[in-house]
Design a protein. Structure first.
Length: 272
């Protein structure tokens, strides 16, 4: 009887340990999930979606109110950009003053800068009118306005167009790369970025595509009370960004105090 009791006690002890171990593993897994989720949210809030040199995956095939395909998104952007160079039935609502040379992109070329393309929300659940429509967000560097155009992919026409001033969505990878070009062209800042890259890679920095980039829009109000705030006071009215630059497989290049005004094509150092 004593032996049986001892065996039962040992079995109970092992069972209790097993239950505690399983509870610990579950708690640890939940804790790790929470940490990762919290970190992801924090990263998105501070620096926007991570940039990558890898090609973007194709969007899912569009069905009714589903996502646009990659081909549809490209075509919608083309229609929206080309709309500024030809007359059409749609009129810009809340139109901002235009420069005589038309809409411009981040690089200074003709046509506004594409930011985002999506399928608009249906007006009524029973209608299929929105199936061929796409909503395109563009930024016009000539007038510093955010443009939203609704295009019809079948007719290749712009159905509606609106402008807003002082609205700054997150920068795209193309804009982040333009910001690097502005830094590299700066006589004070360019040499330092090139030297940092060369010191870690032994190679010459010739293109922004050699860097891993994250970026965020910058508003002049964030620099209140900071040294150099006056140099970035037009950010918000202008398209300004901050960069977070990493060498692939290496360390970060510190650009945290640099604000790049893409509208004016100049960089400023603040907080020193």
């Amino acid at each position: 009887m004593t032996d049986n009791a001892t065996d039962k006690d040992a079995a109970d002890t092992r069972g209790a340990r097993g239950r505690r171990h399983r509870r610990w593993r579950l708690a640890a897994a939940l804790g790790l999930t929470a940490v990762l989720a919290g970190g992801g949210i924090a990263a998105l809030r501070t620096s926007g979606p991570p940039a990558s040199d890898a090609p973007e995956p194709a969007a899912a095939v569009a069905t009714h109110s589903g996502r646009l395909t990659a081909g549809e998104a490209r075509e919608a952007s083309r229609i929206a950009i080309d709309a500024a160079t030809r007359p059409g039935p749609a009129k810009d609502r809340q139109r901002a003053p235009q420069k005589s040379d038309g809409e411009r992109n981040a690089a200074g070329g003709s046509g506004a800068e594409p930011l985002d393309t999506r399928r608009p929300t249906r007006a009524t659940s029973g209608s299929s009118a929105s199936d061929s429509r796409a909503e395109v967000q563009l930024y016009d560097y000539a007038s510093d306005t955010l443009i939203t155009r609704v295009v019809d992919l079948r007719s290749k026409k712009v159905l509606d167009s609106a402008r807003r001033h002082g609205v700054q969505p997150p920068p795209t990878l193309a804009e982040a790369r333009e910001a690097v070009k502005v830094i590299l062209a700066d006589r004070r800042l360019g040499p330092g970025m090139r030297e940092s890259y060369a010191a870690q890679t032994g190679k010459r920095l010739a293109s922004p595509a050699q860097l891993r980039l994250q970026s965020m829009s910058f508003l002049g109000s964030r620099a209140k009370g900071v040294d150099g705030a006056r140099k970035v006071s037009r950010c918000g009215e202008h398209r300004c960004v901050q960069l977070f630059v990493r060498i692939p497989g290496g360390k970060w290049i510190d650009t945290s105090r640099i604000v790049i005004d893409l509208s004016a094509r100049r960089a400023a150092v603040i907080g020193l």
